[in-house]
Write a protein of this length. Structure first.
Length: 71
């Protein structure tokens, strides 16, 4: 997903350099922002999965330690 964000960003920069900015750019900027959000959500999802695996592997001992720290 990050490659797509970078491609849109590079295209916008090229259009700006060429003096070709117009209403299309607003759509491209919105698309870039959407792709950036999706990429971040994918990263968060991956981190969530790793943490879930770690919690599961650690067993109840880790959960009790975290409860003690948070209380």
């Amino acid at each position: 997903m990050q490659k797509q964000v970078d491609a849109v960003q590079a295209f916008l920069a090229w259009r700006r350099e060429q003096g070709r900015e117009n209403a299309l750019d607003q759509d491209l900027i919105a698309w870039r922002d959407h792709l950036t959000t999706v990429a971040r959500l994918e990263q968060l999802s991956a981190v969530e999965g790793i943490l879930a695996d770690e919690f599961e592997a650690a067993g109840p001992g880790l959960v009790e330690k975290l409860r003690a720290v948070l209380s």
